[in-house]
Design a protein around this ligand. Structure first.
Ligand code: ADP
Ligand code: MG
Length: 410
């Protein structure tokens, strides 16, 4: 269906891992000869196989191997998906590693026959979503992610790349099947009755009202068109807090298999939208009002700061000789449009996580059903207001203001 799978391809298993690892010269500096290795499979990904391998004698000598299956891991072979996504991920990691090395896992190799990426095991980091759910703050995150997005998005745009190189890059990152997942799951299914939607019955009336909201659906249709047609930059394409591995000092972005040339605001909006989903979830997760207000201030300050860092780190591009003759007013308008796009795409990201197939643990993990509805309603209200206000947004504080003034309506 999606082109032939390599004849050398075989899904890795716990049994075949040691032999595979030993066959790779790129790992000779990590593991010695035929020393015993340990392997576990990591279970929390949706699409791929992920293994951790380490030397029995020294667990600090370790790598992660990620292998694409020709179908969606979570669903099985009834949902085929091209293994070419592993190539896309490897090539995106290579570019991210060049533009933002401190925020990208080190890659040892990409195996185009097995669709395997071998990379640094981020064993000192946790998935950011899990940390935020526990109420952990990450003081450097805004600085790190603002820099990551500014560098990866500005340096892959027409503002920087040569006209020909840019078009060749757009071609290299054509990613139709993964983009189709986004087009369906984010921009289409949440806004109609669909068997893949998932939400608990208590919020059914909210979902029905949302699906009947023509002005909202007009906005979503416009954002979908933009997603499908605007080859602005190499976007990560799935930059939620589950694709960020973090600790108190470090931030690393993983899993760019959805990468393609799309609108910058899609990535910026993904980060902001996911922080706001956690903001909404804390309504029911943090019982103590002072503690909750405090943590929410951390989240909203982070949103403001990451945008400020993004703008600051983008500035060197505007200062280049080639673009300096663009009117200052155009430059300001460009950044304002990225912000407005981020508001719209961020809102779409939030709504799909409440209504659509792939929910987020922040909200879906709330055990008390009423508490879950309260958080879901708040997330939906923040997102709906953001979506409808987006054309008038001129500064990041206005997005935060929408979140702070929104209320749950259940
Ligand atoms: P998928 O694309 O299938 O969702 P991910 O790339 O998100 O796979 O990886 C799934 C999980 O594997 C992550 O949530 C994380 O727990 C773990 N993981 C992935 N890459 C690494 C890494 N480099 N170091 C440590 N853990 C990782
Ligand atoms: Mg993935």
């Amino acid at each position: 269906m999606f082109g032939a799978v390599s004849s050398r391809y075989q899904p890795l298993t716990l049994e075949t891992m040691s032999a595979y690892v030993r066959s790779r010269p790129e790992l000779a500096a990590v593991f010695n000869g035929d020393e015993p290795l340990e392997t576990v499979e990591v279970g929390d990904g949706n699409l791929n196989l992920v293994f951790k391998v380490w030397a029995q004698a020294d667990p600090q000598r370790t790598v992660v191997l990620k292998q694409a299956l020709p179908y969606v891991r979570l669903v099985g072979d009834s949902w085929p998906l091209p293994t070419d996504r592993a190539r896309i991920e490897a090539q995106a990691l290579e570019i991210h590693g060049r533009l933002a090395p401190q925020h990208t896992p080190k890659v040892y190799f990409y195996d185009p026959d097995m669709y395997v990426i071998a990379m640094q095991n981020l064993n000192q980091h946790i998935i950011m979503r899990k940390g935020l759910i526990q109420g952990i703050r990450y003081p450097n995150f805004a600085e790190h992610i603002g820099l990551f997005m500014a560098r990866t998005l500005s340096m892959t745009s027409d503002l920087v790349l040569d006209y020909r190189a840019k078009k060749m890059e757009v071609a290299r990152f054509i990613n139709p099947e993964l983009c189709k997942i986004t087009e369906d799951l984010i921009f289409t299914e949440p806004y109609r009755q669909h068997e893949r939607n998932r939400y608990h019955p208590e919020i059914e009336p909210l979902v029905v009202a949302l699906q009947a909201d023509e002005p909202l659906r007009w906005e979503v249709a416009q954002l979908k068109e933009q997603f499908m047609t605007q080859a602005q930059s190499l976007v990560h394409g799935d930059l939620h807090t589950g694709s960020i591995m973090i600790n108190q000092t470090d931030t690393v972005v993983i899993d760019p298999e959805f990468a393609f040339y799309g609108p910058m605001g899609f990535d910026v909006g993904a980060v902001i939208g996911n922080l706001l989903l956690n903001y909404a979830a804390q309504e029911s997760r943090m019982a103590d009002p002072d503690q909750r207000a405090d943590f929410r201030r951390y989240l909203t300050d982070t949103i403001i700061q990451l945008w400020q860092v993004f703008v600051r780190e983008f500035q060197p591009v505007w200062d280049q000789a080639d673009v300096v003759n663009m009117p200052k007013a155009y430059q300001r308008d460009y950044m304002r449009r990225v912000l407005q796009d981020a508001a719209g795409f961020g809102a779409c990201k939030m709504l799909r996580r409440v209504i659509g197939l792939a929910g987020v643990e922040d909200i879906r993990g709330i055990e008390d059903v009423h508490g879950k509805s309260v958080a879901a309603s708040l997330a939906m209200n923040i997102a709906t207001t953001m979506m409808k206000a987006r054309h008038h947004i001129t500064c990041i504080e206005e997005i935060v203001e929408i979140a702070v003034s929104s209320r749950s309506t259940v």
